[in-house]
Write a protein that binds this ligand. Structure first.
Ligand SMILES: [Cu+2]
Length: 293
């Protein structure tokens, strides 16, 4: 697995776009709800261009932080992995270490803390409130975009109280499922609290599906797409159908994500590689079809 492939797996561009199952050409944009911005929390903006990641400012104070992700890339949906760097390691060093193909991801991937961040289609932005502790955090993926480092200081190690957010949706990620999306959701701006209660890191991309798609149909579609040859037709499906989501969260981490979903059928998918086999979690069933009414 090369660095690009690896970085994609740990939270970069979707390995398999919702190509075969997207609603033809219909792009649904997820806009940030205003509520998170009204909390008055310290802010960091992550701007993604075709050159790489830029942070404004490149420093933060430990605690709950409003992260705005601006995807200024020409095309494609993407997120930003925000990972606490092990002491003495650099993000360049870690990424270089995975440039050599290996069967499974290195151990540090599973031992590091990932704070999570929004996942956004090209040309849009989204917001999330995430918990940052003191240290240097690598902001990266998908390679080959240049990573950045967010330096976080302060805090006494005591976990600060979560922000007062009225989360309409509470999603738990675990091996290998999304729990909390069983009932139809209400359309419109709302906050999701997403928590990783599992043992491995997890992420969540949300894409729109043809109306009425079932869990079995979506799984079948994904399995076929992932086992088939990569698409060669450049005029293929028009644009990404991923409308939002969040990048990798490590065990015990939560974030508050602003989403604005229109009425329809959606699929949540995790592409994080399994610790034992390296297989994306989606191949182990970490998929959830849900509806917005
Ligand atoms: Cu997962």
């Amino acid at each position: 697995m090369d660095r690009r492939a690896f970085a994609r797996l740990i939270g970069g561009a979707v390995v398999v776009p919702f190509a075969g199952v997207m609603v033809g050409g219909r792009a649904v944009q997820a806009q940030a709800a205003a509520d998170l911005g009204g909390l008055g929390l310290p802010e960091v903006t992550v701007t993604i261009t075709d050159a790489g990641y830029q942070l404004t400012p490149p420093t933060a104070v430990a605690g709950w932080t409003l992260v705005t992700l601006e995807n200024r890339q020409e095309a494609g949906d993407t997120g930003a992995d925000i990972m606490l760097l092990p002491r003495g390691e650099t993000i360049e060093g870690l990424l270089a270490a995975v440039a050599t193909p290996t069967a499974a991801p290195p151990a540090w991937v599973f031992e590091s803390t990932f704070a999570g961040a929004p996942w956004v289609p090209a040309g849009t932005s989204a917001q999330a409130v995430v918990l940052l502790t003191a240290g240097d955090w690598g902001v990266f993926s998908p390679a080959p975009l240049a990573p950045s480092v967010l330096t976080v200081s302060g805090g006494d190690g005591t976990p600060p109280a979560p922000p007062t957010v009225n989360a309409a949706v509470d999603v738990t990620m675990q091996e290998f499922a999304f729990v909390g999306l069983e009932e139809p959701l209400v359309a419109g701006p709302q906050i999701w609290r997403v928590t990783n209660a599992g043992r491995q890191p997890h992420l969540m991309t949300v894409g729109q599906l043809p109306e009425g798609t079932t869990q079995a149909q979506f799984l079948e579609e994904l399995a076929a797409t992932m086992s088939g040859p990569p698409p060669t037709d450049e005029s293929g499906p028009a644009g990404p159908s991923t409308v939002g989501g969040c990048s990798t969260l490590s065990t015990g981490q939560s974030l508050y994500l602003a989403l604005d979903l229109a009425v329809g059928t959606y699929g949540a998918v995790c592409f994080f590689p399994d610790e034992e086999t390296g297989a994306p979690h989606v191949m182990l069933g970490m998929v959830q079809v849900f509806s917005v009414a």
